[in-house]
Design a protein around this ligand. Sequence first.
Ligand SMILES: [Zn+2]
Length: 88
Amino acid sequence: MPEPSVGDIVHYVSYGTPGGEYGKECRAAVITAVVAGTDRGKDEHGVTTAPAVVSLAVLNPTGMFFNEQVAYEGSAEDGGTWHWRADD
Ligand SMILES: [Zn+2]
């Protein structure tokens, strides 16, 4: 996985509503801070053992919000996580 850096545009996965009226959606987001990157927490084989945690400015169709401590998840499966656009 590429190292995340400030200014990268990624996807943030919105939470769906509990009743299922709205599902999870990929939203555009700009990385505003890298809290823990992929170059940290590697084991002796170079395998990343810690998730890439970033802060995001999330661009929803009807507004923006700012989120700190967002964990990387390599898919759109889990709300409240981020992934690269190429992961879709
Ligand atoms: Zn996505």
